[in-house]
Design a protein around this ligand. Structure first.
Ligand code: ATP
Ligand code: MG
Length: 563
């Protein structure tokens, strides 16, 4: 893993680490074995990244093993497409399960054996109530009523369970339920369903099964079968733990895994739920799972996020027992920090405004030296062509500038980065009164920050691109998909759709880039000086750059800086 990871240098221990340490010290566990258990019903998102860092990170920290287990017990929602994408994303993030790849479906036969065991011991029964009736009998919060089928004999139950498996009964007509306590204050213990009848084609087991285990039955038992010692999951499973433990106690399992819950990651301006992300796609709010505005790992990768930035973010926010919301800025700052270290600097003009240097010798081209990364000397430097016709950023000129505007204005001066100081002598407009060209004088003695030009010190520095040498590209400016910090907070009768940021994407079709960017590889990341971090899009055929993140927190601050 990259050296910059703060997770490995941190001395502080989180509560899970303390628990593990205790289990090791007291001999309950000899080797830490965790698992990451995604359901292959969508792509991984930033919330999963946290779980991956916890599951794989702890195994690594304690010299143990972490399994990748696909929790594939819902055949109607799952697909191999997701199975493959999830593996790719975990590897990209920098983690590896080596040969510890499992599927819950790979344990179906063992799980079924466990089910028969429960039936034989009188701890599970076949129930003929419908889903609605089961809910009604649970009667929460009042004590529930026993199912009329609860007292079937083990022999009858075994016969019915086998016939369920053999496909003798229609979908949904019967279930296998654990016989626990219909009056338990924990609803999960009110005779939970363990198996349902469902004729659905499974992406791995095909049509072999017409009964499928429920999450609660599959999860803990897979943990046990795989020899998991610490089954780490998010807080919403806390009240499933009594059931998790009850099942382990009532099955012939020697080494019992232990479930520990931690807080789910929630981020401002971000939705992290596969189901809701799928809605965004279905309602065409975004273009798909890899739309750079999505919080999925593949979208973040396409947008220009680095795996180290995400890992550092996860290490930085830590692991706690209480849910809270993390400010998106924390994630973005982790990204800025990493990109500042590694991204090559380039000049690019997003909204070009033509500048003509009236005193530049005709046809002359100078090759100016520009450093590639001031944070990394080994990145070296490059030559950037400079000529008498340039583009600067439209925003870097104001005809009527506010106070403290240090960029270009009529009669004003500015330094062109790595080059000369210029003075704006004339503003050329089109018939609609829009500024289309600035006619300027350059001051030859000011090259590379030498002597200041006549008229005193120049405060502003702007970036530029030589017109004749520029390569044209499309730049996509991405911003938060939601305008509200909590996208799910909706007024009465409202919809999360009302919280969308109408300006989450702005396309600038004719940006001008310095010529070296013609060779940018797909997925390559750069800092466009004074603008932000950008990444060449991996999915577009032409030269397209996605804005990963601005240099500072908000545009407003950049405006205020005035340079
Ligand atoms: P979603 O609600 O997005 O579908 P999920 O929990 O159903 O998420 P799974 O594929 O079942 O998705 O999750 C795999 C693992 O990732 C689980 O252990 C789950 O607890 C964890 N996980 C999912 N979302 C988050 C999150 N926001 N923060 C931390 N861990 C998460
Ligand atoms: Mg889930």
């Amino acid at each position: 893993m990259a050296k910059s990871d703060s997770s490995e240098t941190s001395e502080r221990q989180n509560f899970i680490e303390r628990e593990i340490e205790c289990d090791l010290a007291e001999g309950r566990v000899t080797r830490v074995h965790t698992r990451f258990p995604p359901e292959p019903n969508g792509y991984l998102h930033i919330g999963h990244a946290k779980a991956i860092c916890v599951d794989f990170g702890l195994a690594r920290k304690f010299g143990g093993v972490c399994n990748l287990r696909f929790d594939d017990t819902n055949p109607t929602k799952e697909d191999v497409e997701y199975v493959e994408a999830i593996q790719e994303d975990i590897r990209w993030l920098g983690f590896d399960w080596q040969d510890n790849l499992y599927f819950a479906s790979g344990w179906f036969e063992d799980l079924y054996r466990f089910a028969e065991h429960l039936v034989r011991e009188g701890n599970a029964y076949v129930c003929d109530l419908s889903a609605d009736q089961i809910r009604e009998y649970r009667g929460f919060p009042e004590p529930g009523r026993n199912s009329p089928y609860r007292d079937r004999s083990p022999e009858e139950n075994l016969d019915l369970l086998r016939r369920m498996r053999a496909g003798e009964f229609p979908d949904g007509s019967r279930t296998l339920r654990a016989k626990i306590d219909m009056a338990s204050p924990n609803i999960n213990l009110r005779d939970p369903v363990l198996y349902r009848i469902l004729r659905a084609h499974h992406h791995r087991t095909g049509d072999e099964w017409c009964i499928y285990p429920m999450y609660d039955f599959a999860h803990g038992q897979c943990d046990a079968l795989e020899g998991i010692t610490h089954s780490l999951c998010t807080l919403e499973f806390e009240n499933h733990r009594p059931l998790y433990d009850w099942l382990l106690e009532h099955l012939p399992i020697e080494k019992r895994p232990r479930q520990i819950e931690f807080a789910r990651l929630k981020l401002t301006y971000t939705m992290v739920s596969k189901r809701k992300l799928l809605q965004l796609i279905e309602e065409q709010v975004v273009e798909g799972w890899s739309d750079p505005r999505m919080p999925t790992l593949r979208a973040m990768r396409r947008r220009g996020y680095t795996p180290a930035a995400i890992r550092n973010f996860c290490a930085g926010i830590g692991v706690a027992k209480f849910n809270s919301t993390v400010d998106l800025v924390v994630l973005e700052n982790a990204l800025r920090e990493d990109l500042n270290r590694i991204a090559l600097r380039r000049m690019a003009v997003q909204r070009p405004l033509r500048v003509t240097l009236t005193n530049w010798p005709q046809g002359r081209v100078e090759e100016l030296e520009a450093v590639n990364n001031p944070e990394d000397e080994s990145a070296g430097s490059r030559k950037v062509p400079f000529s008498g016709t340039l583009y600067i950023e439209e925003d870097d000129f104001r005809e009527e500038p506010p106070p403290k505007f240090f960029r270009l204005k009529p009669g004003g001066r500015v330094r062109l980065r790595y080059a000369y100081v210029i003075t704006c002598d004339e503003v050329v407009k089109d018939t609609e009164g829009r500024v289309v060209e600035l006619r300027c004088r350059y001051h030859p003695e000011t090259l590379g920050g030498g002597k200041p030009a006549e008229g005193g010190k120049v405060k502003g520095i702007v970036h530029w691109v030589s017109a004749a040498h520029a390569v044209e590209a499309e730049i996509r400016l991405y911003d938060n998909l939601f305008a509200k910090p909590d996208p799910e907070e909706v007024a009465e009768g409202g919809h999360w759709r009302d919280n969308l940021n109408p300006k989450s994407l702005e396309v600038l079709p004719s940006a001008k880039l310095e010529p070296s960017l013609a060779e940018a590889k797909k997925g390559e990341r750069f800092q466009f000086e004074r603008l932000g971090y950008y990444c060449r899009d991996t999915e577009s055929p032409g030269l397209v750059f996605n804005r990963t993140v601005t240099l500072r927190d908000t545009w407003a601050k950049i405006e205020k800086r005035g340079s």
